[in-house]
Design a protein around this ligand. Structure first.
Ligand code: IPD
Ligand code: CA
Ligand code: CA
Length: 262
């Protein structure tokens, strides 16, 4: 369970941001009952978490590029490497006092995600993976589930909200998939959905209209845990299309058939 210097840097930064968010999360629970509500407070917590991560990562690797949800993207003097960061994935959960949110940090090299860290600070679960080094949660090696029967499978997705245009497509997916499986979950943090597939908790996950920072770290986790990860429309690029479908090899065939409606 030996990570590279970059991976250790990512884990340290995720812990620091996670600690700051846990403190703020306790405060959010108090703010639920105030007339102003916790909205502004949460957006400050989110920005502060990204500031902490950026200071650590860019301080240590000033030549790398930067893509973070809460700040402007930067091209590095080393154009082959960039950090892709979501300081708080699962904001709506955080805002509502639901303990299911995470810090997500990925490192991309020459267009490929080579390391990913997802920290569920409320549950003290540190997920990490590095190309060739496997996927881990704290000190436990992760493997995708071994289920082979669709009727026993539990799958996760995100239901589009607000102005997102893919609600009808997702409703169609649900209508096709739900009769075939044991259940579908929608827990509201894409990074953790991917981490849970890597951990074998979910048998598969799919979602549309995502941003690179929602999924970058999770992609390497699922791959290193032995899972299959593809864009929903075959042949495209996952980060560019913002759509992903993944799962264990045994169920990926029937699962992806149901989602792709082929
Ligand atoms: C959101 C979560 C959610 C997904 C949304 C994302 P945020 O990220 O990952 O699960 O369904 O599409 O925007 O806004 O909480 O960082
Ligand atoms: Ca996100
Ligand atoms: Ca976010």
């Amino acid at each position: 369970m030996q990570g590279s210097a970059n991976l250790n840097l990512m884990i340290k930064a995720a812990r620091k941001a996670g600690r700051s968010l846990v403190k703020d999360f306790r405060e959010v629970e108090n703010l639920q009952v105030s007339s102003k509500g916790p909205g502004d407070f949460v957006s400050k917590a989110d920005i502060e978490a990204e500031r902490l991560i950026k200071a650590d990562l860019m301080g240590a690797r000033p030549t790398y590029g930067w893509v973070g949800e809460e700040s402007t993207a930067e091209i590095g003097t080393d154009p082959t490497r960039r950090w892709i960061v979501d300081p708080l994935d699962g904001t709506t959960n955080f805002l509502h006092g639901l303990p299911h949110w995470a810090v997500s940090i990925a490192l991309e090299h020459k267009g490929e995600i080579v390391a990913g860290v997802i920290f569920d600070a409320a549950k003290d679960e540190m997920y990490w993976a590095e190309k060739g080094a496997g996927a881990w949660m704290n000190d436990r090696r992760l493997r995708v589930s071994g289920r082979r029967t669709m009727l026993e499978g539990v799958f996760a997705t995100g239901i589009p909200f607000g102005a997102k245009s893919t609600l009808p497509a997702t409703m169609g997916d649900l209508a096709r998939l739900m009769p075939l499986c044991a259940g579908v979950r929608r827990w509201g943090a894409a990074a953790l959905d991917l981490a849970y597939v890597a951990a074998g908790r979910y048998d598969g996950y799919w979602e549309r209209e995502l941003k690179p920072w929602d999924i970058a770290a999770g992609l390497v986790l699922v791959r290193e845990a032995g899972g299959t990860v593809e864009p929903i429309r075959e042949g495209g690029d996952i980060l560019a299309s913002g759509s992903v479908i993944c799962g264990n090899d045994g169920l990926f065939g029937p699962f992806s058939k149901a989602i792709r409606n082929t």
